[in-house]
Every structure is written in structure tokens, then in C-alpha cells.
Design a protein around this ligand. Structure first.
Ligand SMILES: CC(=O)CC(=O)O
Length: 702
């Protein structure tokens, strides 16, 4: 079977030191005790969790969800507007922020650092790192909530933020939830087009935005952008713009030319007449909490509405059980506010865990300082991306030479595929005792389908297991479950779970949502990821997006398989010093009978893609995978397109090289990079270096 090679590198990388003392195991015993069951391991627990909806009630109790009206055990689910979109816990009343403000002591709730706080300068003690206690956080939330109430923000009102990942953004998010509003976050690096195509759709009543930002040593004045945004959104119901001093601003700065603007101080003063104790609106489980945006690369983004109860229960499950977070933990998720990992990260507060909020580039002024910061802050769970790990690997950095990382329990990798070679490198680079937890989910569900299982070993290249309560299966195109064959297929979820979107904003009859997820397999959620389950280990591998599956001559494989070979080719090859990045897509033009694979390579400075190197790449792929995986063409490119959330954009390139004309959405971080791919439509007319040659009529393979 073609996919057998996928598991060749699968071997145990890490074993849990104390599997029976993990939170997942406590949950299993709790459920056994409560229901008189004999679930004996994670597999049994997972099977129960996707068979009986009572699991979600068990979870509620086990996690200690705070509610003013607890769920009625006789009514966990109620018929929603479609069979696949039920209402969860219809009689319960709760508040998300009340659950997150799980402490009010003087311990640290948030540690905040901007990139310029990390420079060594006068020594570590002088770094400008700010700590916010749980008591202070509660006071800040109370002030924001009072000001929001004074402004008239109430149930269902949309509050948009263009803020960095900082304590102000966190306090405001909790305050919006406390008053029953809906928060819609965007990071300040989003361009005007991206901001407007999001917020014009959801018509926020209030916008809170920073006036400047700092990234990679560069201060940006955001006021001109905010001005344009405010002018347009005023026509779409915006009533106020609150200006928060950013990285390079003076406090209290007044921006009279931005329509509807008020300073941060003025806005908060507006709430002084509400200065009573912080109160939390008690709302239904399905009450909308966030509007997040899907990272489509063309067309307007989908505005995905998530419920307060669903996000709380799922993310507290992921943090509290998947990662076993508690009051002794410190969670550093590297994310901007514009990625679903930001709301995900906030749920750690509900476990009493300290958060690290970081704003800026990890590479500036020096990535070594960034790595030392993680160790010094005694981070126990660090969320990062394969892209970051690959980059420090390529720079020849040895993290253990810089710091001990002795507090680090879990290195959580998400955002894209962590290949087997990168699993290996990361394990050795950060320490043999660290649990490398790769996971996959998405903005669509604001949580994970597959991820960490603390009680199980980690196998190289594999995600440990299906998340509890998630009825994940691998389907073939006809809708048959093929997971036990070890052949890749579509990641589907065959039963509802609480963090299904409440809907898309503005999609009154739910048709857009149905089309997006429930159309391909009627009534079954299709995530659009290409996945395989290793029948021996039960581990999972994501092989790329399923609409990006490579399918030359009927052989189906994922781009991640090619990237893994480039990361770690079989001996004697080594591409890490010469190849910086790669993008692998299928080309299927109307005039072709078959699909061909195109591999685009970004070279490191000072390196060129020579014929010799192409030959080596081909040979390495042939050796590691099979002759049928070898790309038909390999070209050097100047840039690889990425989304603002650091996801490689394969689909747009696939469409371009197959003849589509694409208008990139505001989600593409470097839209100009897409331009160079158009010429590859006529791939036969290009020479070895991708240059147009006249009268080329012979099909050649470079
Ligand atoms: C958990 C995730 O799946 C995050 C992402 O890749 O968007």
C-alpha cells in the first residue's frame, strides 16, 4: 500500500512519566465511578465520549464549570434548526468571563512582554516585562465592563478590536463577555482591505484599536489606517472608536481627526457611574461570544459565530485535560489576536493558569533572547508553530545551549504539519523529557479535532489521538470510513459537539454554513483536511488540505509528505542549508488529461536552484517515498505565500497554476507573492529557470 511509507518513521519519541496521574485518567475514573462503567483506557474513554452525549455533562461537572443555572441532565441536547446543529444545554445559564476569572488573588494572571522588552540591554532585571495579578485583572475587567455598559453595549452588540496580544485586549474580551456582547478580534497587522471585508459584514457598534504597533524593530503609526476604517465603518453602524495607546504612543493622545474617536481614558471614565462590583450576565450556553473569520484566500471571509458555552467547554477541555493545565502552570501561546489560538489561549485562565502575552517578532532583536525568555519565565506549556521550529533549526540554533527549559512540560505545535523529522529535531533540541503535542482543529470549531493525550506515548510525526467528544473519522470520497486501512482520506466529524459554529453572521437560513461543511457528505462535517490514522499506534497525521491533495496518475498524497523529505532527506542528502521553504501543488488544466505535481523552492540567501540540486531533490523524494511522488517540475521562486496566521497558501497557487484568475483576500500576508505563479500555467513554455522561451513546443521536465 502506497501509504505504508508514511509510518516508516513512526517510533516512540516520548513516554508519559506518570500516565495514571494525568487529568485524562482522572476524568476516566470519574466517569467510571459516576456511571458504574469499566472504561479501561483512553480508547474506551474516547469511544464513550462519542457515543453518549452525557459525556459533555460529565465534562461540565469534572471541569467545575460555574453557572447560575446548571444543566438539566434530562436535556443535554435540543433540536436546533438542522439535525447537525443542535442546541446544547438549553436550560443552563452561565457567563464565559465569570469562568475565566477563576481567581482573584495576588498571583500573576498575565505576564506581558513586547519584543523590545527582551533585549539584553542593562540585564534581564531591567527588561520591561509587566505582570498583572488576578486581582488587577478583575479590576480592569470591571472598569471596561462599566464603560461598555455606560456606552449601552448589551446582548448581541458587536465589539471589534484591532489590538495586539496584550493585557488590555484580554481584559476587554472578558468585559465584553461579562456584559453579553460579541467580540470580534483582528490583529493590527491586518491591512485595511482585510479589516473592512470583515467588519463591514458584522457591523460592529464599537471599535477599540491601538494607535501604533511594533514589529521586528519597526514602529508603525496605525492612525491613518484607523481613520480610513472609521470613515467607512461609520456608514455601517459604528458608533465609537476607542483609541488605545500602542507600542510607540504617549498615553492620552488625542486623535481628533479620526471620526467618532475617544481616548482610552475618556472611555473608561464614562463608566465611573457604574462603579459597583463586577457583574456577569447569565446567558444561555449557545449565546454568541466571538465572531472569528475563516482564512479563505479569495472572496470575503466567512464570519463564524461561536457560542460562549461551546468555546468554554471545549477549550477548557483542551487546556485542562489535553494539557493538564492548573494553577501551577504558565502557558505561552505565540499568537496574535487574529488567530483562533488567541481565544483558545484565554481558556487557560479558567484553569487558574498564568498566561504569557507576547507582542512582536520572536526573531527581533534576537531569537536567542526569545528562547531564553521562555525558559526564564518558567513556561510549562509553550504553543508554537512548525514554521518557527523549522526556522530555528535552519539557523543552527541549539536551544539547550541557551537555556535549560527545565520547567517546560509541553511543546504544543499547531498551525501546520509538524513533520516526523521536525518532531525528532524538536525533541532533541528542547529536551528528551518534553511532551511534543501536535494538534489540529481550526477557526471553524475554535478548538481541536485531534491533539494531545497526556497518558499516551508520542510517536514521531504523529498527533497522539482523537480529542475527547470529537467523532473524528477518515472517509473515502464515497463516505466510507477507511481509517483502519491506513490509507489517507478526508477528516470528518460524524456527530455534533458543543463548539460547532452557532452560524455564519448574516447567513439567515444557514445555507452558507451547510454548504461550507455539510454538503460533500450530507449531514457530516467535512473539515477539508487530508488525514491518515496509523492503525498500529492510533496516532494521526495531517497530510495537507484535502482540496490541495496531490493526485498525479491517481496516486493520492499530501504536500506534507514532500515537505518532510525536504526537512530530512535520506542520506546522503541535506537541503537545510540551501532550501529555505517550499510549496508543492498539483496542476490540473482544462487541456490536460492528468494532474502533475509542481514543486516551488525558496532558496536561502546566497544559494541558487541548480540542475544538480533539482536532481538531488528528485532522487531524495524517489528514495524516501516513491517514483510516483517525484514532482514533474521544480522551480525556484522569490516568495512563498502565507496567510496572516502563518499558514502556507497552497490552494490559491494551485488555482493560479491551473488557470484561475484570483483576487486575493485580506487574509494573504504577502499577496504580491502570488503574482509570480501565473506564468507557471504555461509551464511547457518555461526554461529550467522559469524564464519564458520562445517557440518551445516540446514538453520537457525540469
Ligand atoms: C488548533 C488549530 O488547528 C489551529 C490552526 O491550525 O488553525
Amino acid at each position: 500500500m502506497e501509504s505504508q511509507k508514511l509510518f516508516d518513521q513512526s517510533h516512540v519519541l516520548w513516554r508519559p512519566p506518570n500516565p495514571s496521574r494525568t487529568r485524562g485518567e482522572y476524568l476516566r475514573r470519574f466517569i467510571n465511578h459516576k456511571h458504574g462503567l469499566l472504561l479501561k483506557d483512553y480508547d474506551d474513554l474516547h469511544a464513550y465520549s462519542v457515543k453518549d452525549y452525557t459525556f459533555w455533562l460529565d465534562l461540565w461537572e469534572f471541569l467545575g464549570i460555574t453557572s447560575s443555572i446548571p444543566p438539566d441532565p434530562r436535556k443535554i441536547l435540543e433540536q436546533g434548526r438542522a439535525p447537525y446543529l443542535p442546541h446544547w444545554f438549553p436550560s443552563a445559564r452561565l457567563n464565559y468571563a465569570e469562568n475565566l476569572l477563576s481567581r482573584s488573588d495576588d498571583g500573576i494572571a498575565i505576564t506581558f512582554a513586547r519584543e523590545n522588552a527582551l533585549a539584553h540591554g542593562n540585564g534581564f532585571e531591567n527588561r520591561r516585562i509587566r505582570h498583572v495579578s488576578w486581582r488587577e485583572l478583575r479590576i480592569d475587567v470591571a472598569k471596561w465592563a462599566a464603560a461598555l455598559r455606560a456606552e449601552g453595549i448589551r446582548f448581541g452588540d458587536r465589539v471589534a478590536i484591532i489590538l495586539t496580544n496584550c493585557p488590555t485586549a484580554i481584559a476587554l474580551a472578558l468585559a465584553v463577555s461579562a456584559v453579553g456582547g460579541i467580540l470580534s478580534p483582528t490583529a493590527p497587522d491586518m491591512g485595511i482591505q482585510g479589516i473592512l471585508e470583515r467588519y463591514k459584514q458584522i457591523r460592529p457598534r464599537l471599535l477599540v484599536a491601538e494607535t501604533s504597533s511594533l514589529y521586528a524593530g519597526k514602529f508603525t503609526d496605525l492612525k491613518p489606517k484607523l481613520n480610513e476604517v472609521a470613515v467607512v465603518l461609520k456608514e455601517f453602524g459604528l458608533q465609537k472608536v476607542v483609541l488605545v495607546p500602542g507600542a510607540g504612543s504617549a498615553t492620552g493622545e488625542r486623535m481628533t481627526n479620526i471620526p467618532l474617536s475617544a481616548t482610552f481614558d475618556e472611555f473608561l471614565q464614562g463608566g465611573s457611574r457604574y462603579n459597583g462590583p463586577l457583574t456577569f450576565e447569565q446567558l444561555p450556553f449557545n449565546h454568541p461570544l466571538y465572531i472569528l473569520f475563516s482564512s479563505g484566500t479569495s472572496g470575503p471571509p466567512k464570519c463564524i459565530v461561536h457560542s460562549a458555552g461551546g468555546v468554554l467547554l471545549q477549550n477548557k477541555k483542551d487546556c485542562g485535560i489535553g494539557f493538564g493545565m492548573g494553577v501551577d502552570d504558565t502557558y505561552f501561546q505565540f499568537t496574535t489576536t487574529g488567530w483562533m489560538m488567541w481565544p483558545f489561549m484565554l481558556a487557560a485562565l479558567s484553569c487558574g493558569t498564568r498566561l504569557i502575552a507576547y507582542d512582536g517578532s520572536p526573531f527581533h532583536p534576537d531569537v536567542k533572547d526569545f528562547l531564553k525568555f521562555i525558559s526564564e519565565q518558567r513556561v510549562t506549556v509553550w504553543g508554537t508553530s512548525p514554521r518557527f521550529l523549522t526556522e530555528i533549526h535552519a539557523r543552527g540554533i541549539h536551544p539547550l545551549d541557551l537555556a535549560s527549559f527545565e520547567s517546560l512540560r509541553i511543546l504544543f505545535s499547531t498551525g501546520s504539519v509538524l513533520t516526523a523529522p521536525m518532531f525528532e529535531w524538536t525533541q532533541h533540541a528542547f529536551g528528551e523529557g518534553i511532551h511534543i503535542a501536535s494538534s489540529s482543529g481550526g477557526t471553524d470549531i475554535c478548538s481541536c479535532f485531534v491533539g494531545a493525550v497526556e497518558s499516551r506515548p508520542v510517536h514521531s510525526g504523529e498527533i497522539q489521538g482523537k480529542s475527547l467528544g470529537m467523532a473524528v473519522e477518515v472517509f473515502d470520497p464515497e463516505g466510507r470510513n477507511i481509517e483502519h486501512t491506513g490509507v489517507p482520506g478526508e477528516l470528518v466529524c460524524t456527530r455534533p459537539h458543543p463548539s460547532l459554529p452557532v452560524g455564519f453572521w448574516g447567513d439567515e437560513d444557514g445555507e452558507k454554513l451547510r454548504k461550507a461543511y455539510f454538503d460533500f457528505y450530507p449531514d457530516v462535517w467535512r473539515q477539508g483536511d487530508f488525514i491518515v490514522l496509523n492503525p498500529r499506534t492510533k496516532g494521526l497525521m495531517i497530510l495537507g488540505r484535502s482540496d490541495g491533495v496531490l493526485n498525479p496518475s491517481g496516486v493520492r498524497f499530501g504536500s506534507a509528505e514532500i515537505y518532510a523529505v525536504l526537512d530530512s532527506p535520506p542520506p546522503p542528502y541535506d537541503f537545510t542549508q540551501s532550501i529555505a521553504d517550499a510549496l508543492c501543488v498539483g496542476q490540473r488544466r482544462a487541456r490536460d488529461n492528468d494532474e502533475r505535481v509542481l514543486l516551488f523552492l525558496l532558496m536561502r540567501p546566497g544559494h541558487r536552484l541548480t540542475s544538480e540540486l533539482k536532481k538531488d531533490v528528485r532522487e531524495a523524494i524517489r528514495k524516501a517515498l516513491s517514483p510516483r511522488h517525484v514532482p514533474a517540475y521544480i522551480f525556484q521562486v522569490d516568495d512563498i505565500p502565507y496567510t496572516v496566521n502563518s499558514k502556507k497558501i497552497e490552494i490559491a497557487v494551485k488555482q493560479i497554476v491551473s488557470g484561475s484568475n484570483l483576487k486575493p483576500s485580506g487574509t494573504v500576508a504577502n499577496p504580491e507573492s502570488l503574482r509570480q505563479y501565473y506564468k507557471f500555467y504555461d509551464v511547457e513554455s518555461l526554461d529550467e529557470n522559469g524564464k519564458q522561451v520562445a517557440n518551445r513546443n516540446e514538453k520537457s521536465k525540469f
